[in-house]
Design a protein around this ligand. Structure first.
Ligand code: SF4
Ligand code: FE
Length: 475
């Protein structure tokens, strides 16, 4: 397994073509806006010890980082949920490595299924690739969401054929792909990109039914950095206006401008009838992964309780009630994530798969609960969360003393602590960290409607109707 330092060194060796604010980024690792996200990914290496964060490879028997593991039991799935909550709490951010793990697990199942039907060799290729990922302890970014153009049209119907990633050329050595993937979490901190289709496909869409893995600095790939609220605060050189001093997440627009992929790294090509299955497997695994937001919720609850103490209102019954409500809601996320792990089952290929209905319930809660927690945190924190002067004013020789004096809370707690805690709440709920906590909770791993469709399909309404009818005597 790589150490945190070895991981960061390995990132420095990559040469991706990255743009931000219209300029080429020279070093991903050293850029002050990107660095907190590097730190968050690095935490997945730093903490890799013990049963929660490591596992035994079913390929080699070696001890590996759990993020590269294929789940071999319910205990593996449960440890995955625990790992994600723990890391969400440790970083207070998106640590970005789950989507790659979820893509590997989904592909372990679907490559096997395609081979069963078509006599292809995708699973052999996949397992070879997996061995390499485990051996080198790689971070993989999962590229799923296409640009999609006119949402009412299918991939092959788009006036611009590149709105969905597709194959434009093939020969004996491999394929060439073109298109883009949007909102790609953590790609700049990933050694490899695993691409998958974003939706169900029909026969006419077959050139879009493609999945593969390539190094993230492969020729023809360009990254355009997605900005976040308050991102330039990271350029101000202060210590606390950013809220979370160490960690963050990032997303990029990823352009595939005629990128070559060798056959050895192609895991699906033209088997359009398996696209929906791959999306569904990946989505269910990733919806389980949103236990990460219970970890971020732990941080927000801790911040809300602390600021209540600093404000001198912690004992007020309505504040205590709100903190309890926050805990109740936050644990609901974790309960659901654990439930889908405990209720997971073995697939024909040997991989353990979560209970998909419960994984979707987990994520649907995540589209709601963090917003409710943010609201409660705002209510407890008070309006200062959005009205405080900057750190530069706090440090100013003339006016700084007024800022400190009139932002003082209870005696014995320096005003600076109160400001820092309010900035953390601001960041998590409106600023830099909110990108990881709120819209990502809404849309990451699929928007609420996607979960509702899956719940509708899997809720066994027939069985429920029967139960009702039997009890009141209807045949
Ligand atoms: Fe992992 Fe959560 Fe970030 Fe997704 S949003 S990559 S599940 S930390
Ligand atoms: Fe996400």
């Amino acid at each position: 397994m790589k150490s945190k330092e070895e991981y960061i060194e390995s990132l420095k060796k990559l040469k991706p073509e990255v743009y931000m604010f219209g300029e080429r980024v020279k070093s991903v690792v050293d850029h002050p806006i990107i660095r907190p996200s590097v730190n968050a990914m690095a935490a997945t290496y730093e903490l890799a010890r013990g049963d929660v964060m490591t596992a035994t490879s079913h390929l080699t028997g070696n001890r590996i980082n759990r993020f590269t593991h294929i789940h071999q039991s319910n205990a593996d799935l449960v440890n995955k949920s625990k790992m994600e909550r723990m890391l969400g709490c440790y970083t207070g951010a998106c640590f970005q490595r789950c989507a790659g793990m979820d893509a590997l697990n989904a592909l372990s199942i679907v490559t096997y299924e395609i081979d069963q039907k078509h006599g292809t060799e995708y699973n052999r290729r996949f397992l070879k690739y997996l061995g390499y990922v485990q051996e080198d302890d790689l971070a993989c970014g999962a590229a799923m969401t296409d640009a999609k153009g006119d949402r009412s049209l299918r991939p092959a119907e788009q006036p611009d054929p590149d709105q969905y990633l597709h194959v434009v050329k093939e020969d004996e050595s491999g394929i060439v792909v073109r298109g883009s993937k949007l909102h790609q979490t953590g790609v700049l901190n990933s050694h490899d990109i695993i691409a998958m289709p974003t939706r169900a496909m029909r026969a006419e869409d077959r050139d879009y039914a493609v999945s593969f893995a390539i190094p993230s600095d492969t020729a023809g790939i360009m990254y355009i950095y997605g900005r976040q609220p308050c991102d330039t605060r990271k350029m101000e050189g202060g210590t606390f206006d950013v809220g979370n001093l160490y960690y963050g997440g990032h997303e990029c627009m990823v352009i595939f401008d005629d990128v070559f992929v060798p056959w050895e790294r192609v895991f699906m090509y033209r088997e359009y009838e398996f696209a929906a299955g791959l999306v569904e497997r990946f989505a269910s695994y990733h919806r389980q992964s949103y236990a990460c937001k219970a970890g971020m919720g732990d941080v927000l609850i801790g911040a809300a309780q602390t600021i209540a103490e600093y404000n001198g209102v912690a004992q007020a019954p309505h504040v205590r009630d709100k903190i309890t409500e926050m805990n109740h809601l936050n644990e609901t996320i974790f309960c659901c994530s654990l439930a889908c792990a405990y209720e997971g089952s073995r697939e024909a290929c040997g991989t353990y798969y979560v209970n998909s209905l419960m994984a979707n319930i987990t994520k649907l809660h995540v589209t709601r609960i963090p917003y409710e927690l943010a609201k409660l945190a705002h209510e407890i924190a008070g309006g200062a969360v959005v009205t405080m002067p900057s750190e530069k004013d706090f440090r100013d020789p003339k006016i700084g003393k007024y800022v400190a004096r009139y932002l003082q809370g209870v005696e014995g707690v320096p005003a600076e602590y109160r400001i820092r805690m309010l900035r953390l709440i601001e960041s998590l709920t409106m600023g830099l960290g909110a990108a990881c906590y709120l819209p990502e909770s809404m849309h990451g791993a699929g928007s609420p409607q996607a979960q509702k469709i899956m719940i509708g399909r899997q809720a066994n309404l027939g069985g429920k109707k029967q139960a009702a009818k039997r009890l009141c005597g209807i045949e």
